[in-house]
Design a protein around this ligand. Structure first.
Ligand code: ADP
Ligand code: MG
Length: 391
């Protein structure tokens, strides 16, 4: 989106907004040295070209699972430079919950021109192997939010990938890190998968305490704002609020909202009165998850967000009307009701919205009420507007 949106206020506080976004990867992690060491010991033999490693990372929302895998993959790649070439592929299974979708994502990240259809799983796996062999590379595959795949009962692919070298004269093709919020779900894997994962491959992340959250907030504040514009009292208040859930994401959201508020008022520093925790809902869905949605799902979600910014819920009928308005705005031909509703249900499945049958229903059909409790409609709206371009 246009740069002007990065400069929301007087510019007396904020220098760079990007460290406040979810996608920003800090160069050092706060309070996770032990977890990084645990991962390092699971991967201790990785330098050997015949070796593949497997790890499982669990922990609640905002405990840093995703960022841990990113920092670890970056460090590992650098550490092995000149000795073993690592290709890091990160797939979020919430966005790509079926086996074919995951394979497609892997193929695209190796070659962005990879055709969309027409290959069986076996063929895709062969072509991934071929790529790695010709490039002399080892893949580090991170399947993030893998619990979504387990819930949908599509774990067959994980099994196939874990056995990728079995029965062949090959070794060391792929290392896999599975990431899940819900550690109990992993028990639902078939014994064949559990035994291949190994007992000692688990890294469990605890929620952050106040001291960690203070440092995380400080790290973002220093990376994004003018020195001295955010006091320790402000960071302390943010840390105290976020410590109730131990969610780093909440700390960062509170900080961002406070900075924006102070900027808008033309202040030169953020005060503790700029922190409004009640307006921020705990987020378990990340805004960047909308990037991969199909155009019409984005349009529908944008329509819903616009209403939910102002009201707690939107009826299915209103959502449809608002979707038509958004389609017109962006120059798309609206889809019919059946497709619209299919998309709404699929957005619900991915955890972005919820729908409930309204108690009072009038006319034909049953009115549904759509709500969004996993994330802030305002944050999502901004993201959607930036990724949707006029047709
Ligand atoms: N130890 C940490 N140090 C610095 N930033 C962190 C740390 N843990 C989490 N974060 C930041 O907090 C946000 C949420 O972390 P994330 O990895 O997405 O959590 P999870 O995947 O467990 O939900 C991200 O922006 C991440 O960069
Ligand atoms: Mg995550």
């Amino acid at each position: 989106m246009a740069d002007y949106l990065d400069r929301i206020g007087a510019g007396k506080i904020l220098v760079d907004r990007s460290p406040l976004s979810y996608d920003w990867t800090p160069s050092t992690l706060v309070g996770r040295d032990d977890s990084l060491s645990e991962l390092a010991s699971i991967f201790s033999q990785i330098e050997n070209p015949d070796t593949s490693c497997k790890a499982v990372i669990t922990g609640p929302v905002g405990s840093g699972k995703t960022v841990l895998t990113q920092v670890f993959a970056n460090d590992l790649r650098r550490h092995l430079e000149g000795r073993r070439k690592i290709v890091h592929v990160h797939v979020n299974c919430r966005n790509h919950p079926s086996g074919p979708q995951v394979l497609q994502q892997i193929a695209i990240s190796l070659d962005e021109r990879h055709p969309e259809r027409g290959f069986s799983a076996g063929e895709m796996i062969q072509s991934i192997k071929r790529y790695l062999r010709t490039h002399g590379a080892h893949m580090l595959l991170v399947l993030d939010e893998v619990d979504v795949m387990i819930r949908r009962d599509s774990t067959d692919l994980i099994y196939r990938l874990l056995r990728i070298d079995e029965g062949q004269n090959e070794r060391g093709t792929m290392s896999i890190i599975l990431v899940s919020q819900d550690s109990s779900l992993l028990r639902l894997f078939e014994p064949a998968i559990i035994s291949r994962l190994g007992a000692s491959s688990r890294v469990n992340l605890h929620p952050y305490n106040k001291t960690d959250l203070l440092q995380i907030a400080r790290q973002r504040a220093e990376a994004s704002c003018i020195k001295g514009s955010i006091g320790e009292d402000v960071l302390g208040k943010i840390a105290r609020y976020a410590a109730e859930s131990g969610d780093a994401r909440l700390a960062i959201e509170l900080l961002e909202a406070a900075i924006i508020r102070a900027e808008k008022e033309g202040k030169g520093e953020v005060g503790i009165e700029d922190i409004h925790p009640s307006k921020i809902r705990s987020a378990s869905v990340e805004p960047n998850q909308v990037d991969d949605l199909t155009e019409h799902k984005k349009l529908i979600l944008l329509a819903i967000c616009r209403r939910l910014k102002k009201e707690d819920m939107v009826s299915s009928g209103d959502a449809l009307k608002l979707y038509h308005v958004v389609c017109e705005e962006f120059g798309f031909e609206p889809r019919g009701y059946t497709t619209f509703w299919k998309h709404v249900k699929s957005l619900e499945q991915s955890g972005m919205i919820e729908s409930q049958t309204a108690s009072a229903t009038k006319g034909r059909g049953r009115t549904q009420h759509i709500t969004m409790s996993n994330m802030s409609p305002g944050v999502l709206e901004t993201r959607l507007s930036s990724v949707l371009s006029p047709n």
